[in-house]
Design a binder for this molecule. Structure first.
Ligand code: M6R
Length: 600
């Protein structure tokens, strides 16, 4: 989704901003822009399309050491040059970039800006125009900025330049993430530390509704009352090589291949000196004290939650409900007496999940976030955090975060079960190790999967994934992967549900990808495959060693039956990857999608 960068120092701001925006490309965007302070004036460059297109129009001869930049993912107004950020006030004195959504922008326009001709269809422009209107009333820029923020409803992260004072970038945030990066003789702003790792690894977190003055020599953070706040920077635990593709053609493929390593790293991170799996006792107590767990998540993380429910119910014996965040927030079900909320989110920034967290905190309920990003909003705001340790996930399509979520959920379930003396027959460290090895074997079988993808989906309009029990949840994930990057309409269904409607969609040649990794339902899922084959479907059965039958197209190595999702998802991820490649799609940056969905 939208991204912000800013730089104030002695170096060429244009290049630092453009490089920063390139690092944010993975988040998904449709236009981009930068504004830099030249000798005489602010110069704004913006373009629809990719950063490469923006680079083409930036005046390389311009000398500037201060500037702000933005990648826009359209919410209000179509993707276009005029709607791209930065936006400027009527006189051109103020220039602003904004992430988030100003919910009351129409009202603000009517109340304060009827005489100002708007240059865009965005909610953002209202903010910069309002700042100028307030300055024209006689307020200082800082006062005008603060007054403007007070009337905004919604979410924002803002960087503001004032032509008449080139020595400062004004910054503020509410709900949307924004960091200040600290350097020697320069400072930066970024919505994601990755963007500015090129110049610093020291970052200061900002809190909602603070006003921050970022100058070359220093950073001043003020609260709503105007008091100065001291806050020490932290070191971003990111390795610059983690965010490079290396020899891989796409981040998605790199991240699929990283999965065995990630599982092994998780085992290490959650092991104590005695070699046992361990989790913060407060978290274990919170699970044990709850009478019901509510897992809240979106997309792939929601699919991980469905599998996590199986782990927690089967091992820890605590009932679990899994909810889509955007639904839960508007329709809270009858809650149990002692609920524990678990938020699963790769980014830790998903606005739908955060909206639920805000609500359940008001109700006084406890919360745990399972995330890949330390210091992310969901992590900061929940009572407890468990980290995925998967390293940055750049491809929009989530892969290694999903399997990491499963591993961490399994560890949570096992450690909780053992804490109350339950007889857990599964040796999780050993089984996760076996799963990691099996993943490695699968990653070596790319050619076979590429062949299958080319046969099945090159010309098809749609594809169906079917499974039963835990396989069904993996089918939902496999279908999401395929649709989001190859644009084939793909859906996951419970095998037994087909005959209640979906089977009407089966035509001659319709691809049906069936998972058969569970002994208890092996025969019934095969019966469902026969039903669709009788109606012309083209089946591709992925089974597990020991359960394979004649005609199965791909057999995954045998792992513990509860952990099969960690393995069975790998051929589906690769299948989606190669299907997208064969269809010439932009694998890492699929159309219309954003990596981190920071608007509700
Ligand atoms: O960062 P989150 O895990 O909260 O993101 C949730 C979804 O937006 C995300 O999983 C999305 O579905 C992925 N693009 C799927 O590959």
């Amino acid at each position: 989704m939208c991204g912000i960068v800013g730089y104030i120092g002695n170096e060429d701001a244009k290049e630092i901003l453009l490089k920063g925006l390139e690092k944010l490309e993975y988040r998904g965007y449709d236009s981009a822009g930068i504004a830099v302070m030249g000798q005489d004036d602010v110069h704004v460059f913006k373009e629809k399309g990719r950063i490469a297109d923006l680079r083409e129009i930036v005046d390389v001869t311009l000398s500037a050491t201060t500037g702000i930049g933005h990648t826009r993912w359209a919410t209000h107004g179509v993707p276009s040059k005029s709607n791209a950020h930065p936006h400027q006030s009527a006189s051109g004195r103020f220039t602003l970039v904004h992430n988030g959504v100003i919910e009351n922008y129409e009202l603000l326009k009517q109340q304060y800006l009827m005489d100002i001709p708007m240059k865009s269809d965005t909610d953002t422009e209202v903010v910069v125009q309002l700042i100028e209107v307030n300055v024209n009333k006689g307020l200082s820029v800082e006062e005008a900025f603060s007054q403007t923020l007070k009337v905004l409803k919604g979410s924002y992260a803002i960087g503001l330049l004032d032509n008449e004072n080139p020595d400062v970038i004004y910054v503020a945030k509410n709900k949307s993430p924004l960091l200040v990066g600290i350097g020697e003789d320069f400072n930066v702003i970024a919505s994601d530390a990755m963007a500015m790792l090129q110049v610093t690894d020291q970052f200061v977190e900002l809190m909602d509704q603070e006003i921050v003055l970022v100058k070359k020599e220093g950073v001043t953070i003020k609260n709503l009352q105007g008091d100065v706040i001291e806050r020490a920077p932290y070191t971003a635990q990111l390795d610059a090589s983690d965010i490079e593709k290396g020899t891989y053609p796409h981040f998605m493929l790199k991240e699929i291949d990283e999965q065995p390593l990630v599982i092994r790293k998780i085992i290490q991170q959650y092991q104590n000196d005695n070699g046992e799996l361990t989790i913060d006792p407060e978290i274990v107590d919170a699970v044990n004290e709850s009478d019901r767990i509510y897992i809240i998540a979106a997309g792939t993380s929601y699919h991980a939650g469905l599998v996590g429910k199986q782990f927690i119910e089967k091992l820890a014996e605590v009932p679990v409900e899994v909810h889509i965040a955007s639904e839960f927030g508007y329709n809270i079900p009858l809650l149990s007496a002692k609920p524990l909320f678990i938020f699963i989110s790769q980014s830790g920034e998903t606005a739908d999940s955060r909206a639920v967290l805000v609500q359940i905190k008001k109700l006084g309920h406890k919360s745990l976030t399972i995330t890949n990003v330390p210091g992310s909003t969901l992590s900061r705001e929940a009572d407890y955090t468990l980290l995925l340790h998967a390293g940055p996930e750049i491809a929009v399509a989530s892969t290694k975060a999903y399997t990491a979520q499963l591993a961490v959920l399994a560890i949570l379930a096992e450690v909780t079960a053992k804490s109350t003396g339950k007889d857990v027959s599964l040796d999780l460290i050993r089984e996760l190790g076996i799963a990691a090895n099996a993943m490695e074997t699968l990653c070596d079988e790319k050619e076979q999967i590429e062949q299958m993808a080319s046969e099945y989906v090159q010309t098809t309009r749609n594809a169906f994934f079917i499974g039963r029990g835990i396989d069904y949840y993996v089918c939902l994930e496999g279908a999401l992967k395929l649709k989001e990057i190859s644009y084939i309409q793909a859906e996951g269904f419970a095998g037994g549900e087909l005959k209640h409607g979906t089977i009407a969609l089966i035509e001659e040649g319709t691809p049906i990808i069936a998972l058969a990794t569970q002994e208890s339902v092996n025969l019934s899922i095969r019966g469902n495959v026969k039903e669709v084959v009788a109606r012309g479907a083209n089946p591709l059965i992925i089974s597990m060693k020991g359960l394979e039958m004649e005609g199965d197209r791909f057999v995954i190595p045998e792992v513990h039956e509860l952990l099969t999702p960690l393995i069975s998802v790998v051929p589906l991820q690769l299948f989606a990857y190669y299907a997208a490649l064969h269809r010439d799609c932009d694998v890492d940056k699929p159309r219309n999608l954003a990596k981190s969905v920071t608007v509700e």
